[in-house]
Design a protein around this ligand. Structure first.
Ligand code: GLN
Length: 258
């Protein structure tokens, strides 16, 4: 009797071991899926999914590290706190590496470049970035709250008394404010800018750049083990062509060169 009991226990133990081996641990990525082509919603086989460069790189990296990726959506401005308090394992959201953010989180190696550009209505009096800093211009600039576009315009324009900054929950809302004439221009990252301009008539992106930045994933200060593994995966998947192929799929090289 004792032997049978021990056998049953051993069998159960093995079975549960197999079950554990098959279910991969979850890796939670926080993002704001309103930032095409890095993260946005799309129906894939009738299922509403978060797709884009960040979503696909994160899925490839998670698989490489032996995790199942879970995407948690939130406002962009909530991401840094969600990372530093451990609510999510990392944030990936076309997020620019900045010294201020580095005080709260650690950044992975860079995987893409972003450029802050200016969107205006066709025929606008604003024709270059310098026009934003012109004395007496009193430009109303639309931005996405808590982004680098918000930070730069607050410092360079609002704090200098050169104009005002209107902050919106996401880039699409800021662009809508431009379309309806509530703001004179929108300062935002170049790739989403292209997508928003393509989706609305009568808008153009100015040729001059406001700032050039590096995108990286953000991790909690104490979670250096995950950060190291993430960087290792990023490197391997860049070298084997996986990550370049993901970027090329969303930003074809000939289009990027335009
Ligand atoms: N790159 C900008 C930033 O990090 C905007 C990112 C975003 O809106 N998702 O602030």
């Amino acid at each position: 009797m004792k032997k049978i009991f021990a056998f049953v226990l051993a069998a159960l133990f093995c079975l549960s071991g197999i079950a554990f081996a098959e279910a991969k641990p979850e890796l939670h990525m926080g993002t704001n899926a309103n930032f095409p082509p890095y993260e946005y919603h799309e129906y894939v086989d009738d299922v509403d999914m978060v797709v884009g460069i960040d979503a696909e790189i994160a899925a490839a990296v998670a698989e490489y590290m032996g995790y199942d990726l879970v995407i948690d959506e939130m406002e962009f401005g909530a991401l840094i706190t969600a990372v530093s308090t451990g609510k999510i394992d990392f944030a990936m959201a076309g997020m620019t590496v900045t010294d201020e953010r580095k005080e709260s989180v650690n950044f992975s190696d860079t995987y893409a470049t972003g450029i802050q550009v200016i969107i205006v209505k066709e025929g606008s009096a604003i024709t270059s970035v310098d026009d934003l800093f012109a004395e007496g211009a009193n430009t109303i600039v639309g931005v996405q709250e808590s982004t680098t576009g918000d930070l730069y315009c607050t410092w360079d324009i609002e704090d200098e008394g050169l104009g005002t900054v209107d902050r919106y929950k996401n880039g699409a809302d800021a662009v809508q404010a431009l379309v309806t004439g509530k703001v004179d221009c929108v300062v935002i990252d170049n790739e989403p800018a292209k997508a928003f301009v393509a989706a609305n008539t009568g808008l153009v992106i100015l040729d001059t750049e406001y700032a050039v930045e590096d995108y990286a994933a953000a991790f909690a200060k104490e979670n250096t083990e995950l950060l190291d593994k993430f960087n290792e995966a990023l490197k391997a998947l860049t070298e084997d062509g996986t990550i370049p192929a993901i970027i090329e799929k969303y930003i074809p090289a000939e289009e990027a060169a335009e």
